[in-house]
Structures are given as structure tokens and as C-alpha cells.
Design a protein around this ligand. Structure first.
Ligand code: OOG
Ligand code: MG
Length: 260
């Protein structure tokens, strides 16, 4: 795909964000959009956001659990970038209208103690390079109508990245089996899903290792201090005004967000 077309796709997605209006999939008009093209569109949008003063504070994995893959009908794991502007304070209500059609999903979040880049990164390397883990809720917002997309569409859209909320308990991952951390997801106090850390590729550190290897192959890295969202453990739930989504993760505590 030409540089002009990559730039035009970036324009279309950026307009959807600024106008808070969902668009049709890019691949309807551009069925030739490949995964590599899609990352080029994502890169272009990230470059523009950085040029406008936003700061990359980490990365996110997408579609790393069967629950998410089944919900979105996309079976391919992927990554995106997270920005300083995406941090939502845990005690503040979330204005639903600030996004197009936000959904919330529970994730285990790694905060890197040192830089990590592939090739050859293993889950044990991830644990050793991690300063601490926390639980989190990612607030995603697809720029596509009805969250309907192919892998290429959603990669171009920075994997529906919008905001995230971090939980209250920071723990070293050493000596904890993150695969066996239990999760209870509730909406307005009603149980909607349960899962364990192992829902993301057998172990959340497995997903983060894959990301470090992908980034390494591009000459990039998980940087020290970065926040890394390892992927939704359950299907995402809509965030609506007046509702409260809450995730309790064993020793990592409870994180919630209330829509207004
Ligand atoms: C794509 C984002 C996927 C995850 O954790 O699986 C994602 C989407 O579902 O809109 O962030
Ligand atoms: Mg996510």
C-alpha cells in the first residue's frame, strides 16, 4: 500500500476519534490492507500523536484470550501503543460520551523495571525484567461501527486503544503464579464472567514475551518504566452511564470504573 494511502487511512481513523463517530471498516474500501500495512497506519497515527505532544507510556496486547477472540471474531493476537493521555484515575467517574461506544475488559498489567527486547525473550525473562504487576481495566473504543473489524482493521486502529485504569495493589511477579490469579468480573454487583490469568495464552508473561519479541524484530523494545497491558481475560462489557464495572483479581485487589 502506498504512503499516500497509509496516510489517508490514518486521516480517516483520526477523524473518527475527533468527531466521536464510528466509521465503516477500512478493509471494505481497501481489501488489500495487509497486517504490515495496518501496522504502518498505526505507526503513522502514533507518530502524529507524539508530534502533537502525546507521550507513549507503554504497549498493549490484543486478542490474546479465547474469550476476546470469540467475541470479536478475530483469532490473531496483536499489539498497540498506550499513551499518557489514556490514564484514567481509579477514583473518577468516566464520561461515557467522551468516547464513541466504550467497552471495558479486565487485564493483568506489567510495569517494566528494565528494557526488554527480542529475539529469544521468554516468560521468565519477562518476570525478571518486570518491576511490578497490577490489575487493570482497559477501556477500549473501536473507531469502527459495532466493533466490527478484521485483524488488519483493528491493528490500524491501534487495537481500539482509548483509556485504562490501574488497580490499587502493586506486587512483584516473582513467586506468584500469574496464570492462577483468579478474576471475578461484575457489572453493578452482578457476576458477568470469571477467568484466570492463564486465559491469556496460558500465562500473561507468555503474551508479554511474544510482544517483546515482535518489538525486537522491528528494532524496538519494551522500555523501562513502560506499562504493558497483557490482554483482556474475558469478553469486554459495554460501559454505560450509571453502571459500574468492577474486576477483582485475587491478591491484586479490585479495580472498578463507573460510567456517567
Ligand atoms: C480490540 C482490542 C483487543 C484485548 O485486550 O484483547 C484488546 C477490540 O476488542 O476492540 O485490547
Ligand atoms: Mg485490551
Amino acid at each position: 500500500m502506498s504512503a499516500a494511502l497509509i496516510s489517508a487511512c490514518a486521516d480517516t481513523l483520526e477523524r473518527a476519534v475527533s468527531e466521536r463517530t464510528a466509521i465503516g471498516r477500512l478493509t471494505i474500501d481497501h481489501p488489500e490492507l495487509s497486517v504490515a500495512d495496518a501496522y504502518a497506519v498505526q505507526d503513522e497515527i502514533c507518530r502524529r500523536r507524539i508530534a502533537r505532544g502525546e507521550r507513549v507510556v507503554g504497549a498493549k496486547l490484543g486478542l490474546t484470550s479465547r474469550a476476546k477472540q470469540a467475541q470479536m471474531n478475530v483469532a490473531e493476537p496483536m499489539y498497540g501503543r498506550v499513551f499518557s493521555t489514556g490514564v484514567h484515575p481509579s477514583n473518577e467517574p468516566f464520561v461515557v460520551e467522551s468516547l464513541i461506544h466504550p467497552r471495558v475488559e479486565p487485564e493483568i498489567v506489567f510495569v517494566m523495571g528494565r528494557r526488554l527486547a527480542g529475539p529469544g525473550v521468554t516468560p521468565a525473562d519477562v518476570i525478571a525484567a518486570t518491576d511490578h504487576v497490577v490489575c487493570g481495566l482497559e477501556i477500549i473504543d473501536s473507531r469502527y461501527s459495532d466493533f466490527s473489524f478484521t485483524a488488519a482493521d483493528v491493528i490500524a486502529d491501534n487495537t481500539s486503544e482509548a483509556r485504562f485504569v490501574l488497580g490499587p495493589v502493586a506486587l512483584s511477579p516473582v513467586g506468584i503464579d500469574l496464570g492462577l490469579i483468579g478474576l471475578l468480573l461484575e457489572v453493578d454487583g452482578e457476576q458477568v464472567a470469571t477467568a484466570a490469568g492463564a486465559a491469556t495464552m496460558g500465562h500473561p508473561a507468555e503474551a508479554v514475551a511474544m510482544l517483546a519479541n515482535w518489538l525486537g524484530s522491528r528494532g524496538e523494545a519494551l522500555e523501562a518504566g513502560w506499562t504493558v497491558l497483557s490482554g483482556g481475560l474475558t469478553a469486554a462489557v459495554p460501559l454505560t452511564p450509571g453502571s459500574c464495572v468492577s474486576a477483582t483479581f485475587g491478591r491484586l485487589g479490585t479495580v472498578s470504573v463507573r460510567g456517567v
